[in-house]
Design a protein. Structure first.
Length: 108
């Protein structure tokens, strides 16, 4: 299991600003190790984010995304308020999954 994602969700007027640091190696399957053997592909294929049971982000990723990627997005705050949870989940090409959440806070 990978390390937890670091998620920050802030209410900014009529939008929620979300920033996520994802801990994942994101191997392309093209790199070789010190012994010259190919390192198997291992990358995130899909990312979803929900708030109050509604999907606010759905993305398809591939092997070109960097190691430990950062994801930033905004969504309309209609119905979302301080204290609500934003849940971010991913699935990689090997079937591993991770899901973490953060409460929406006031913008500082």
């Amino acid at each position: 299991m990978s390390d937890p994602m670091r998620i920050r969700a802030q209410l900014m007027g009529d939008k929620v600003d979300v920033r996520v640091l994802v801990a994942h190696e994101m191997e392309t399957g093209l790199r070789k190790d010190a012994d010259g053997k190919i390192v198997p592909a291992n990358y995130i294929q899909s990312v979803t984010a929900t708030c109050n049971g509604k999907t606010v982000l759905s993305a398809q990723w591939g092997p070109a995304v960097s190691k430990n990627p950062t994801l930033a997005f905004k969504f309309a705050a209609a119905g979302a308020k301080i204290g609500d949870k934003v849940i971010v989940s991913w699935v990689d090409n090997k079937g591993d999954k991770r899901s973490d959440e953060a409460a929406i806070t006031a913008a500082s």
